[in-house]
Ligand binder design. Structure first.
Ligand code: FES
Ligand code: FES
Length: 172
């Protein structure tokens, strides 16, 4: 078994979903592995580890990124939001409803990544109907789903695009 000497580890403190997480890690540790192994946030899935499948998508300072392409040690000044953090967002119930009503998932492996991208990039697209299909296709060009054939996901994303006010959608 490979043993890692303590003096090769780097102390880091990352802000994830509004909480500080401290750990001593290898400098080469990926953000996706940090989230899963050090924070226990297993909603961030790991598929290709090459930036292709989108399963590992999280928000870094509000921007959707592939966490398998980022080093955890480089994230010290960033605010990271995972799918677990987004479930607290007021818009989340409406997004959840859209994915449920349109049967937009089967095994669910791709789903957290798509929901993270959708909440970052698709909400509030009302009035841009002519560009909507292109926006949806662009978003899905960064997410692989091996189960659904994408039709349900596309239908859900059309609903997500019309979530203009999280408070209206959630009935609050
Ligand atoms: S695991 Fe990161 S893009 Fe596939
Ligand atoms: S629902 Fe299975 S990979 Fe998308």
């Amino acid at each position: 078994m490979l043993r890692i000497k303590a003096d090769t580890l780097t102390p880091v403190t990352l802000s994830v979903n509004g909480r500080k997480h401290r750990a001593a890690i290898e400098p080469r540790m990926l953000l996706s592995d940090f989230l899963r192994q050090e924070c226990g946030l297993t909603g961030t899935h790991v598929g290709c580890e090459h930036g292709v499948c989108g399963a590992c998508t999280v928000l870094v300072d509000g921007v959707a990124v592939r966490s398998c392409l980022m080093l955890a040690v480089a994230m010290a000044d960033a605010e990271i939001t995972t799918i677990e953090g987004l479930t607290k967002h007021p818009a989340f119930p409406a997004v959840y409803r859209a994915f449920t009503e349109h049967h937009a998932l089967q095994c669910g492996f791709c789903t957290p990544g798509i929901v993270v991208s959708a909440m970052a990039e698709m909400t509030g697209q009302t009035g841009k109907e002519e560009a909507l299909e292109e926006d949806i296709n662009n978003l899905l060009s960064g997410h692989l789903c091996r189960c659904t054939g994408y039709l349900g996901i596309k239908a859900a994303l059309r609903d997500v695009a019309h979530i203009t006010s999280p408070h209206e959608e959630s009935g609050t």
